[in-house]
Design a protein around this ligand. Structure first.
Ligand SMILES: *[C@@H]1O[C@H](CO)[C@@H](O)[C@H](O)[C@H]1NC(C)=O
Ligand SMILES: *[C@@H]1O[C@H](CO)[C@@H](O)[C@H](O)[C@H]1NC(C)=O
Ligand SMILES: *[C@@H]1O[C@H](CO)[C@@H](O)[C@H](O)[C@H]1NC(C)=O
Ligand SMILES: *[C@@H]1O[C@H](CO)[C@@H](O)[C@H](O)[C@H]1NC(C)=O
Ligand SMILES: *[C@@H]1O[C@H](CO)[C@@H](O)[C@H](O)[C@H]1NC(C)=O
Ligand SMILES: *[C@@H]1O[C@H](CO)[C@@H](O)[C@H](O)[C@H]1NC(C)=O
Ligand SMILES: *[C@@H]1O[C@H](CO)[C@@H](O)[C@H](O)[C@H]1NC(C)=O
Ligand SMILES: *[C@@H]1O[C@H](CO)[C@@H](O)[C@H](O)[C@H]1NC(C)=O
Length: 397
């Protein structure tokens, strides 16, 4: 499994826009009449029944979110176990998964993980994908090479690592803290073995790539039936639970969520939503505004605050909702580790003030959901039902 180390910086996608595509990409529907509206208890879709939905359990147990979640999909007819990452947007798959591939290799592209300095080089390809009863036609990065490219600049460099910037290996030491000077040691050792083939499915928003790069939003059919833009039965979006993921929002799977409205934004003229807002407080200083990412891709946390958090700080994270606000207490002190089910494996810094990437342990106490049409992000507090001691760290008000 590809281990991708990230902090606040969005994974930078390069060379996405230029592709002359044989098939018009499904654009996520933005007709305002199509948008669900939030109510006191759950979504109502006015006249829409919103019934088409599929629940997939995680292929492997996450073991209380120690591990990243995975789902079964098919890509180009090949059964693949894909890592589900809410901290990036876009599908990346190793070319070796497709021995019988017939890719065009006409559109070089790459994806750069700014904290770990790995540059995934490949080609943009249109690909058929299935997820349960859903069929998608989506663009993916078919990765044929992974290189360590510490000085890579997505603005000025081509999608390939300039030879002068190639390093032998990117290896984290000292726990991969956030600054580029301290967390990467470009050791002269080469990798002991080539990385195993992977499929990495970024389904996040506000990560620097447009919403349509999210394969889950490129749905074409459900149970063989076309999904027209005006579909009354399919409401795009997903719900992430401790056991698996629902694709397709319904009134049942969105029950008991409280929502925060996302701000609409654009990436190169294409629609996206900004990272969800939150409030935070360090010890007993005043409350500040910030943004929060619940990132299934990592177990650690990255955070920059005002005033700066320290080794023994208490951090209060308040996630707002239309019904409830939840305030989550983190003790940065390592001794808190044993009790808080949401405690990240470690805290690192972030280059963005007021941004916290909670890491995936957050999901021991909350389910989350994303409505990409109306622009809503939801939290469903689980109390102590899935993990002990959530109620010691979460207050509701
Ligand atoms: C995923 O695929 C494996 C291997 O084919 C299968 O055993 C498992 O039941 C599948 N899981 C789901 C949720 O479809
Ligand atoms: C490869 O793609 C071309 C163009 O789409 C098609 O004509 C050809 O039949 C394909 N070959 C295979 C082996 O799928
Ligand atoms: C990339 O290059 C541009 C133009 O020279 C520069 O403004 C930018 O700061 C560079 N980015 C990084 C991450 O070095
Ligand atoms: C919603 O909350 C009610 C009342 O606490 C509970 O009975 C029900 O199981 C919850 N539903 C879900 C899907 O969590
Ligand atoms: C909280 O504020 C009080 C007085 O304003 C101060 O003495 C104390 O050190 C502060 N506690 C922390 C943990 O910052
Ligand atoms: C946080 O944002 C709200 C709403 O935009 C604003 O009223 C408030 O002043 C902000 N608080 C701080 C501490 O900046
Ligand atoms: C954190 O608290 C522990 C125990 O109270 C103390 O030993 C340690 O020096 C503190 N660390 C810092 C950086 O304040
Ligand atoms: C819950 O936290 C308390 C300390 O506050 C601890 O004694 C207890 O063992 C914890 N329970 C679990 C299951 O971690």
């Amino acid at each position: 499994m590809l281990s991708i180390l990230k902090f606040a910086g969005p994974a930078v996608l390069v060379g996405k826009a230029a592709a002359a595509s044989p098939v018009a990409r499904q654009i996520t529907r933005i007709d305002p009449g199509d948008c669900p509206t939030t109510t006191e208890v759950s979504y109502t879709w006015e006249t829409k029944p919103c019934t088409d939905s599929y629940f997939s359990p995680w292929t492997y147990p996450t073991n209380n979110w120690a591990n990243a979640p995975t789902v079964n999909i098919t890509l180009d007819g090949v059964e693949v176990v894909a890592t589900v990452d809410t901290g990036s947007t876009g599908l990346v798959a190793s070319i070796s998964l497709f021995p019988h591939n017939n890719f065009t290799r006409q559109d070089p592209t790459s994806i750069f993980y700014s904290s770990s300095h790995w540059l995934e080089e490949g080609y943009e390809e249109w690909i058929d994908m299935t997820f349960g009863p859903f069929y998608m036609r989506t663009q993916a990065i078919i990765k044929n090479r992974e290189v360590c490219c510490p000085g890579y600049n997505s603005t000025t460099d081509e999608p390939r690592c300039p030879s002068a910037k190639l390093a032998r290996n990117c290896e984290c030491s000292g726990g991969c803290t956030s600054t580029s000077t301290s967390h990467n040691h470009h050791k002269r050792a080469t990798r002991p073995a080539p990385p195993p083939p992977v499929a990495y499915m970024g389904i996040g928003f506000g990560r620097g790539a447009p919403q349509i790069d999210n394969a889950f939003l490129d749905t074409v059919t459900f149970n063989g039936q076309a999904i027209p833009p005006s579909s009354q039965s399919y409401c795009p979006g997903y719900v992430i639970t401790t056991d698996g993921i629902h694709l397709g929002l319904t009134s049942a799977n969105t029950q008991n969520f409280t929502f925060v409205t996302l701000h609409q934004t654009s990436v190169d003229g294409q629609r996206d939503w900004s990272t969800a807002t939150m409030q935070y407080q360090i010890d007993n200083s005043t409350q500040q505004n910030g943004t929060v990412l619940v990132d299934t891709g990592i177990s650690q946390s990255y955070f920059q605050s005002m005033p700066p958090w320290r080794a023994n700080s208490t951090v209060y994270l308040s996630v707002p909702g239309d019904v409830d606000t939840y305030t989550i207490r983190y003790e940065v002190d390592e001794t808190g580790k044993g009790w808080n089910p949401m405690q990240p494996t470690r805290f690192g810094g972030s280059p963005t003030l007021g941004f916290i990437n909670t890491g995936r342990h957050f999901l021991n106490c909350f389910d989350v959901m994303y409505d990409p049409v109306g622009g809503n992000y939801g939290y469903r507090y689980l109390g102590d039902t899935r993990a002990a001691n959530c109620s010691s760290y979460v207050s509701q008000g």
